[in-house]
Design a protein around this ligand. Structure first.
Ligand SMILES: [Zn+2]
Length: 303
């Protein structure tokens, strides 16, 4: 029964929850808590999968009163499959992190080589300015981070807007949003195609943009952030303020909607409630299902 319940919960968390959660409007008012909720949902789905693998053989053996040899074989098989799941996840995490670091190191080198920032003495040492009229702004995270702007961006934006864009990129770097995205990418790649959903990747990307926008608006006000986003997104030849989203138009609309005058502000009470739900998603299945099963199983396993 435990395996069935954990299986149902795991499938619900990985296939049913992501769609409505990705479409939910309230996440715009509590983006940090919504990221924590996505993390809880993703991690709980993985823990449910591990729970099924461990509980199902034990419950079958116990229900059919199998002998000690068969029970021992089932235990070894269950542990082996669980180990494969964990190793697959860890390898995926390592691969995503390694590739990102290699790509960023090359990117950093290129940005340093092509840098024209000396023409703008007002920009700080992290900022690199690339030639060209195409407007863009993004950051290259890591131990030695960079913020890359094009000359087109500096031409199009006013000084307060450039300051807002820099604050947005610094927020990404400071909070290591790249690590959050890497963990979701690694989970996505490790899960077999029929069981995975792209919704968490796109939704978390949007929420991290919202968190960086909020950091920028706290420093520079709503106006410069909104106008910088609108100007960069509307400029000919560009698809959005930064790369990384499947649907740049939706991202632009969603972010601008949060920044228009009169839009609902970030809601601390809603955020606190969502953090509680996230914690419950992680803790309750363990307390209600896994611990009682473990108690029964330990009395029957041949160990
Ligand atoms: Zn951003």
């Amino acid at each position: 029964m435990t395996a069935l319940l954990l299986g149902a919960l795991g499938l619900t968390l990985s296939l049913v929850v992501p769609g409505p959660l990705a479409r939910a409007r309230w996440t715009a008012r509590a983006p940090g808590a919504a990221v924590a909720l996505w993390q809880a949902v993703t991690l709980a789905a993985v823990l449910c999968a591990l729970g099924v693998v461990l509980a199902a053989p034990e419950e079958l053996v116990r229900a059919h009163g199998a002998d000690q040899t068969l029970a021992a074989a089932a235990l070894v098989a269950a542990l082996a499959v669980a180990a494969v799941i964990v190793v697959r996840l860890l390898v995926s995490l390592w691969q995503v992190a390694y590739r990102s670091r290699v790509r960023r190191a090359r990117h950093r080198l290129l940005a340093d080589l092509l840098d024209r920032a000396e023409e703008r003495a007002d920009l700080d040492g992290q900022v690199r300015v690339l030639d060209g009229g195409l407007p863009f702004a993004y950051c290259v995270p890591g131990r030695s981070p960079r913020i890359v702007l094009s000359q087109g961006t500096l031409r199009l934006l006013s000084e307060p807007q450039v300051a807002a864009v820099l604050a947005h990129e610094r927020a990404h770097l400071r909070a290591r949003h790249d690590v959050v995205m890497e963990s979701f990418t690694a989970f996505y790649r490790a899960v077999p195609p029929p069981l995975r959903s792209r919704a968490p990747l796109d939704a978390v990307h949007l929420l991290l943009e919202a968190l960086a926008d909020d950091a920028a608006r706290r420093q520079h006000g709503d106006g410069p952030v909104r106008e910088a986003l609108r100007t960069l997104a509307d400029a000919p030849g560009t698809t959005g303020i930064e790369a990384g989203t499947e649907d740049p138009d939706r991202e632009r609309r969603w972010r601008l909607d949060r920044l228009v005058p009169g839009a609902p502000r970030t809601d601390a009470r809603l955020g606190a409630a969502v953090y509680v739900v996230a914690a419950a998603i992680l803790v309750l299945p363990t307390v209600l299902l896994v611990i009682p099963w473990l108690d029964r199983a330990l009395r029957h396993w041949p160990i």
